[in-house]
Design a protein around this ligand. Sequence first.
Ligand code: ATP
Ligand code: MG
Length: 327
Amino acid sequence: MTHEITVIPGDGIGQEVTPAAVEVLEALEIDFEFHEAEAGDHVAEETGEALPEETYDLAASTDATLFGAAGETAADVILPLREAVDSFVNVRPAKAYPGVDALRPETDLVFLRENTEGVYSGHEDRLSDDLSTLTRVVTTSASERLAEFACDFVEDGEYDGFHIAHKANVMRETDGRFRDAVLEVADDRGVQTEEVLMDAFATHVCLDPTQFDVVACPNLAGDVLSDLAAGLVGGLGMLPSANVGPDRGLFEPVHGSAPDIAGEGVANPAATIISAAMLLEYLGHDEEGQAVRDAVEGVLEDGPRTPDLGGDASTEDVTAAILERLN
Ligand code: ATP
Ligand code: MG
């Protein structure tokens, strides 16, 4: 079976790290067909639209999309793309990798962020010169969908269970609904859960991140808390993410287009290559996904390093070293 993959390098270092990840995928004995597509600032400058319809349609119809980065137009590109793959969960691992100067090197967490509702569903109103409001949307169905994913994730990864971060003591109706729905699914599935208030979580994760493994959160909490954890592990160049939908997914590094180093050929390709490993796992190629992760970690430990990690190697040098380890 051939996997159809949309590849969107986008802007800035996206143009450098995305081809590196494609090279890694091409080195595996898996049948891929890659469809390269355009998006981002450079397209908007030419056509007025950051996300061409062809790109959206490809993402909405292929098995998976690998995305690099978009600059100023990031929100115009990434939000519709997440919708194109009907992604209901954003998976964000926060793990300290070898060779990275991390605040908390013992951190090894995975956030499962609800990706469709909460305060980001966009119902804001300006009621007067003095008053604006925001409607927060939480449904049992979306909460259950996240919970089912969390249970699968825990079972597949052989974790003991997962934490639910929320603020149901204050937002009793909305976070209360989220919490109750997640607890009920986990209970039915026989998966252990522990609740944690999201503000308390922020403190505890800084003091001792080893208390947590997998953390399921509503949209805004997941956004903020996963960025907080990214700060604990350092190295934006290392952090991958996955937007998972029922039939397709979108895989992207956490970092942006890094205009300060774009075009110099020195961007760290690790985050995008680890995102490609998540893509492999999503498509059922767990063994190859693990092999890619091992190759990246091996190179981070004792191979050439890009300048963000204190080395002087180029994106190409690091990619070549990863490919060599993979073979
Ligand atoms: P954008 O507006 O596209 O988000 P940004 O200016 O916020 O761009 P980021 O991409 O978020 O930049 O990166 C923040 C900092 O981290 C920059 O100094 C950038 O050079 C560095 N950085 C990010 N990703 C990488 C990478 N893959 N390799 C090396 N350095 C990186
Ligand atoms: Mg940024």
